[in-house]
Design a protein around this ligand. Structure first.
Ligand SMILES: *[C@@H]1O[C@H](CO)[C@@H](O)[C@H](O)[C@H]1NC(C)=O
Ligand SMILES: *[C@@H]1O[C@H](CO)[C@@H](O)[C@H](O)[C@H]1NC(C)=O
Ligand SMILES: *[C@@H]1O[C@H](CO)[C@@H](O)[C@H](O)[C@H]1NC(C)=O
Ligand SMILES: *[C@@H]1O[C@H](CO)[C@@H](O)[C@H](O)[C@H]1NC(C)=O
Ligand SMILES: *[C@@H]1O[C@H](CO)[C@@H](O)[C@H](O)[C@H]1NC(C)=O
Ligand SMILES: *[C@@H]1O[C@H](CO)[C@@H](O)[C@H](O)[C@H]1NC(C)=O
Ligand SMILES: *[C@@H]1O[C@H](CO)[C@@H](O)[C@H](O)[C@H]1NC(C)=O
Ligand SMILES: *[C@@H]1O[C@H](CO)[C@@H](O)[C@H](O)[C@H]1NC(C)=O
Ligand SMILES: *[C@@H]1O[C@H](CO)[C@@H](O)[C@H](O)[C@H]1NC(C)=O
Ligand SMILES: *[C@@H]1O[C@H](CO)[C@@H](O)[C@H](O)[C@H]1NC(C)=O
Ligand SMILES: *[C@@H]1O[C@H](CO)[C@@H](O)[C@H](O)[C@H]1NC(C)=O
Ligand SMILES: *[C@@H]1O[C@H](CO)[C@@H](O)[C@H](O)[C@H]1NC(C)=O
Length: 612
């Protein structure tokens, strides 16, 4: 048996069931532990609210736009995930092309459907095809009467992988580390289906056909896995344990590549599950606290290529379904928890360095990391079918060092910590292919700002955090074309307030308020077409739990979510609210506001200069 497993159990049972209420930072973990037990036992005042049919959980997001065609469905896997911790992933054979009458598909959707009943924790899982990660997600926590949920993900961008003609049979791998015993009884019953939607005959071609890889509907010709090789008794992700740990993968690219994008998947667990609420080490050591995670509240994922930093990810603070207070995420789950975001890093400027046919190394590390971060990536490559060799040169690369500052002011367990960080990375380079000599530049700009306040001797913690994460791609095409511009501007925000109020008879009330959300604006210009979009997705949640002698005896959770998507191609709005498992209101609107006060003007782009 895996020794880590015992450490894990020992850690939780000792810390959370024997020790009484350490400081707030670890209360977050305690919340989770207490709740999942209580909620699925359903031997409490909560019983009256428990329905007899399974509860359906869901994540609020914009539905995938599907063509009006009948999909060809390929049921890839059914499995009951019982005791799977420390075992190999579950495998299925995937045969391409799938047996569909059509051969051209405009949309491909992966559907994960699962049911569970009993008592179980939130479990992280991943789905890989040929080592390429298709989905990173978290399970919903069951109830005694059962739950059901599904995740639909647009996987059209993995088209070349799904129709891999070199390798007819590929292995689909699913890792979901679950533990089933007398206490934690929930088995996850899972079906994975891939739906292939043929082109609609009358699909109006809105966009001009452009053979270049940089247009939005162009999918890679080849996708290489930057993940761990099988066999493994784990997911294919790298496990990053600390700030010096590096996950490394050797790879080589075909010598006729002319564009490369690295798609990075990230999730954080155990001591870093709530990294944004970890206090600085000096605070912990001054108070002789050794059993609570520290390293401060700032993290960044760095991606290296042969020891050069090629990009970074300052991740969105996904809260898993058991996080803070599980009642907040039922039935509306936390933003990103059922479909964790992946992050794209433009590698094209560096292509000149790796077109030599030799092996190169991608590396992943996490600044200030505590165990454990699960990271891997997919390298999307566009190949020049008209030539066997492309050539390129990295012209400029500036990796501005991280500027991080922490201002601490504390006395005993009370204190205020202000943390800020800034970084930018710039690269540019040219690649010459049969399409001509194309110069690409990629700039990432980050800023981070956090305020953490500890009051009531650490029993009350308030975190306010904003991450601003901007990417900008500029592509200078051969003469006749206009430059391509692709800008993404993201703000991730988090407000977390958790408090414990002592009551009579060894009882305390845990109160937590969470505001979690992001704003993303994208602007793109390609060959005289301009597009802009703005997405704002915010959840406000309030939860209360009464805990008596480490047993939750009652609880309430409420969530309000506001999802707003506006673009020059269409809009989608949804406002929804829930309280104690009941949906209170749910308003959906598919059309744009007539006199929409767009947070952006539909301005025409100028020709942008290339930053060299
Ligand atoms: C995949 O196919 C091979 C050969 O047909 C077979 O031996 C193997 O058992 C199959 N694997 C699974 C997981 O079904
Ligand atoms: C692929 O798998 C199918 C069924 O699992 C099998 O019939 C076929 O022979 C395999 N093809 C190759 C090339 O291995
Ligand atoms: C960091 O983690 C790696 C991998 O687990 C381990 O080998 C190394 O000793 C750790 N370093 C520190 C400073 O703890
Ligand atoms: C921490 O431990 C040291 C040594 O045992 C002791 O002198 C000090 O008073 C302790 N500080 C606190 C805040 O408990
Ligand atoms: C530190 O906190 C104390 C108590 O809140 C306050 O009186 C003091 O001015 C603060 N010091 C600084 C440098 O902010
Ligand atoms: C491609 O364009 C860049 C920038 O204009 C130039 O420096 C480079 O020499 C060109 N490469 C080739 C092979 O023409
Ligand atoms: C990101 O872009 C927005 C809008 O241009 C700007 O206000 C913000 O300061 C930028 N953030 C960073 C870190 O550069
Ligand atoms: C911490 O703050 C609380 C009020 O929030 C106060 O009662 C307590 O005395 C403070 N502790 C210290 C060590 O200053
Ligand atoms: C405290 O617990 C005792 C015994 O369980 C009970 O008789 C008493 O009413 C409780 N007091 C309060 C204030 O809940
Ligand atoms: C938490 O939410 C409740 C209900 O909306 C509100 O009354 C309370 O003031 C909030 N507390 C904090 C600290 O934000
Ligand atoms: C992010 O915040 C910055 C600074 O407040 C603002 O200028 C920018 O417009 C915001 N971006 C989005 C997408 O809301
Ligand atoms: C949820 O429970 C709380 C406390 O019992 C109650 O105030 C609230 O009205 C309940 N909400 C619904 C929708 O039943």
């Amino acid at each position: 048996m895996d020794p880590n497993f015992f450490t894990f159990l020992f850690f939780f049972f000792f810390l959370f069931f024997l020790l009484h209420r350490p400081i707030s930072a670890s209360n977050l973990h305690k919340f989770k532990q207490l709740n999942s037990d209580f909620l699925s036992q359903s031997k409490s005042s909560y019983d009256s609210l428990t329905p007899q049919s399974p509860t359906k959980y869901f994540e609020v997001t914009k539905p995938i736009e599907l063509p009006k065609t009948k999909p060809c469905s390929y049921h890839v896997l059914h499995h009951d995930f019982g005791y799977t911790y420390g075992q190999p992933p579950v495998f299925a054979n995937y045969t391409s092309p799938p047996h569909c009458s059509s051969t051209k598909f405009s949309k491909i959707v992966l559907e994960w459907k699962a049911t569970c009943e009993g008592r179980q924790f939130d479990r992280i899982f991943g789905v890989w095809l040929g080592g390429v990660e298709l989905l990173r997600s978290c399970t919903a926590e069951p109830r005694a009467t059962g739950i059901v949920w599904s995740v639909e993900k647009d996987i059209t961008r993995y088209h070349s992988l799904l129709f891999n003609h070199q390798q007819q049979n590929q292995t689909l791998a699913v890792f979901l580390g679950n533990i089933v015993d007398k206490t934690y009884t929930g088995v996850y019953h899972v079906d994975i289906t891939i739906n292939f939607y043929p082109f609609h005959v009358n699909t109006p071609k809105t966009k001009k056909f452009n053979p270049l890889a940089f247009t939005s509907d162009s999918h890679a010709d080849l996708i290489l896995p930057i993940s761990r090789n099988l066999p493994l008794n784990d997911g294919l992700w790298f496990n990053i344990q600390n700030s010096t740990d590096v996950g490394l993968k050797e790879f080589s690219v075909p010598q006729n590549a002319y564009r490369a994008v690295l798609e990075v998947y990230v999730s954080f667990h155990e001591n870093d599950e709530f990294w944004y609420s970890n206090p600085p080490n000096e605070y912990l050591s001054a108070n002789n606290i050794t059993n609570s995670p520290g390293n401060g509240p700032f993290r960044e994922v760095l991606v290296t290529l042969d020891d050069k930093v090629v990009g970074s990810v300052w991740p969105f603070t996904v809260i898993y379904t058991g996080g803070v207070n599980p009642l907040l995420w039922r039935p509306i789950t936390g933003i990103g928890s059922f479909d964790l975001p992946s992050y794209d890093i433009e590698i094209t400027p560096f292509l000149g360095e790796i077109l030599d046919g030799k092996n190169h190394l991608f590396g992943f590390k996490v600044t200030n990391a505590l165990n454990v971060w699960y990271i891997d990536a997919n390298l999307h490559l566009w190949l020049d079918s008209n030539s066997v060799r492309t050539e390129g040169v990295l012209v400029n690369h500036i990796d501005k060092p991280l500027v991080e500052s922490i201002v601490s002011n504390f006395s005993g367990l009370n204190g205020t910590f202000l943390t800020s960080a800034k970084k930018s990375i710039l690269s540019s380079g040219w690649v010459r292919s049969s399409f001509g000599n194309i110069t690409t530049s990629f700039v990432q700009d980050f800023s981070y700002c956090s305020s953490m306040v500890m009051r009531k001797n650490g029993e009350k913690q308030t975190v306010n955090q904003i991450i601003s994460f901007n990417d900008s791609i500029r592509v200078k095409l051969p003469s006749s074309h206009l430059d391509l511009v692709d800008d993404t501007n993201r703000n991730f925000s988090l407000y977390l307030d958790s408090d414990e109020l002592d009551q009579d008879n060894d009882t305390y009330l845990a109160v937590s308020n969470v505001t979690l959300g992001f704003d993303v604006s994208k602007s793109k210009s390609e060959d005289s077409e301009f597009s802009k979009s703005f997405l704002s997705n915010v959840q406000d949640s309030q939860g209360k739990m009464v805990v008596k002698k480490n047993l939750v005896i009652s609880g309430v959770g409420e969530t309000q979510q506001d999802y707003r998507y506006e673009s020059n191609e269409g809009c989608y709005f949804r406002k929804i609210g829930s309280s104690n498992y009941t949906i209170l209101y749910d308003k959906v609107k598919n059309s744009c506001n007539k006199r929409s006060h767009y947070p952006f003007g539909l301005k025409i782009f100028n020709k942008f200069p290339i930053i060299l």
